[in-house]
Write a protein of this length. Structure first.
Length: 147
């Protein structure tokens, strides 16, 4: 008795770049959203603004500082996990959690500085939806930084 083997259909390579364009309402206005495929994960990008977009520019000094902070934070979080595993005194753990939060806030402030200096400045030069989308994004970011 012979067994028949079926070949699996060949997978088509994913297309890069723009895969679809659709419209969406942002603050009551109609705008186009480009849906891009990056690594198989679609991301909506509104005129280079929003999740999935890249920074207009990055201050290299701030980038180095942020990476240094993030590496330190990574070590602090590992230390926190060790403290919890060792059943250390709760107040000591809470103090360290507070230090991590402050370090993360420092990174967030640096990112906000870069965002205002480059991304927001570029978007604010435009008229219409790009500018309006940036104003809305900045309002949301300010609220997130306050919490």
């Amino acid at each position: 008795m012979g067994t028949s083997q079926k070949k699996a259909p060949a997978k088509k390579p994913a297309k890069k770049g723009l895969t679809a364009v659709s419209s969406v309402r942002v603050s009551g206005s109609l705008s186009l959203i480009k849906v891009c495929a990056r690594g198989g994960n679609p991301a909506a990008v509104l005129d280079g603004i929003g999740p999935g977009a890249h920074a207009a520019s990055v201050d290299s000094t701030l980038k180095v500082a942020n990476l240094k902070h993030l590496r330190r934070i990574e070590g602090q979080v590992r230390g926190l996990a060790g403290m919890v595993e060792e059943d250390r005194y709760c107040a000591d753990i809470i103090t360290q959690v507070s230090a991590v939060r402050e370090s993360l806030q420092s990174v967030a402030r640096n990112l906000m500085r870069n965002h205002l200096q480059f991304c927001a400045a570029k978007a604010m030069q435009d008229q219409g939806m790009t500018r309006e989308a940036m104003v809305n994004e900045l309002m949301e970011l300010v609220a997130k930084l306050r919490t």
